[in-house]
Design a protein around this ligand. Structure first.
Ligand code: ATR
Length: 279
């Protein structure tokens, strides 16, 4: 008998408020076509007020979805309303990927996986960084800290404009994570093998401060989770100063992989055609 996942139409969604800017439908519909899977993936604009009812309809089957992605501002509520958050979602208190299994709503968070899978693709030796510096202390920073710590990076320095938010993360993740004010940026970069921007600085052409990367290790990798523009001002500066750079588009593409596999039963590939399509 054929796999029921391929016999019947499987539906998945991305929900956010707003959601129209989301690149996720482009990504998942590319994979559905490429793999010849009979399924749909569409954007659902759901307000915060309507989100609990949407999740209830997902749980009782009336929404007709096997699962979906969740983006701003619903990630925390998605985690709270799920029946079975996995360890990653549990630690972050937020979920971007939901799926129904055995009548229960499962939740994970694949942002960190997307981040490390992108680095694995571009610079497989990145996890020998030793010391990493993360600029920013929001939700994205949290997922990145979790992911690189789980891959064995032993010394993580979080630098943030509002230092109390960096401290909160250091308290949450334990002794390998250290908090600093922006003034300490140069000092903590000394000898680091990985620099990660998780702030929105430079997004959509906004101005970014000049950063002196010269104290990083010569073989350091500088990466940005912002992908519009692909080469952010910060990445351009790092490249000018002779460092290897990795843009943020790969993170977006890779974070989509585990969800697609859960809903549609096949593990898709992040290929060059998809990259060119999404940018
Ligand atoms: P996300 O969930 O995408 O990480 P967020 O929680 O709003 O978004 O966090 C945004 C991050 O970018 C924060 O670290 C923020 O610094 P503050 O905690 O001080 O607000 C940082 N950020 C945004 N604009 C910034 C700017 N102009 N200068 C420095 N940091 C900035």
């Amino acid at each position: 008998m054929a796999d029921s996942r391929e016999t019947f139409l499987v539906n998945a969604f991305v929900t956010g408020w707003p959601v129209k800017h989301s690149r996720s439908p482009l990504i998942h519909n590319y994979w559905l076509r490429q793999l010849g899977i009979s399924g749909t993936y569409k954007a659902e604009a759901i307000s915060e007020q309507d989100f609990p009812a949407f999740i209830q309809a997902l749980k009782d089957g009336s929404a007709g979805y096997r699962g979906g992605n969740v983006t701003i501002p619903h990630k925390e509520m998605a985690y709270k309303l799920a029946n079975r958050p996995d360890a990653l979602a549990e630690e972050l208190g937020a979920s971007n990927t939901l799926w129904m299994e055995d009548g229960l709503l499962h939740a994970s968070n694949t942002d960190g996986y997307g981040f490390t899978a992108n680095l694995d693709d571009c610079h497989p030796e990145w996890d020998k960084a030793g010391r990493a510096v993360i600029f920013g202390a929001g939700g994205a920073s949290r997922a990145v800290i979790q992911a690189i710590r789980n891959r064995g990076v032993g010394e993580i320095h979080v630098v943030n404009r509002t230092v109390s938010r960096a401290r909160e993360l250091a308290d949450r993740f334990g002794p390998s994570v250290h908090a600093h004010a922006v003034e300490a940026l140069g000092e903590v970069m000394s000898g680091a093998g990985l620099f990660i921007n998780t702030t929105s600085l430079g997004m959509d052409g906004s101005e970014a401060p000049r950063i002196d990367f010269s104290r990083l290790r010569d073989d350091a990798v500088v990466t940005d989770i912002v992908y519009v523009p692909l080469k952010t001002p910060l990445l351009a500066q790092a490249e000018e100063q002779g460092f290897a750079i990795v843009d943020g588009l790969g993170m977006l593409l890779h974070q989509a992989v585990p969800g697609f596999e859960k809903w549609f039963g096949r593990r898709p590939l992040v290929d060059k055609v998809l990259r060119d399509l999404v940018i």
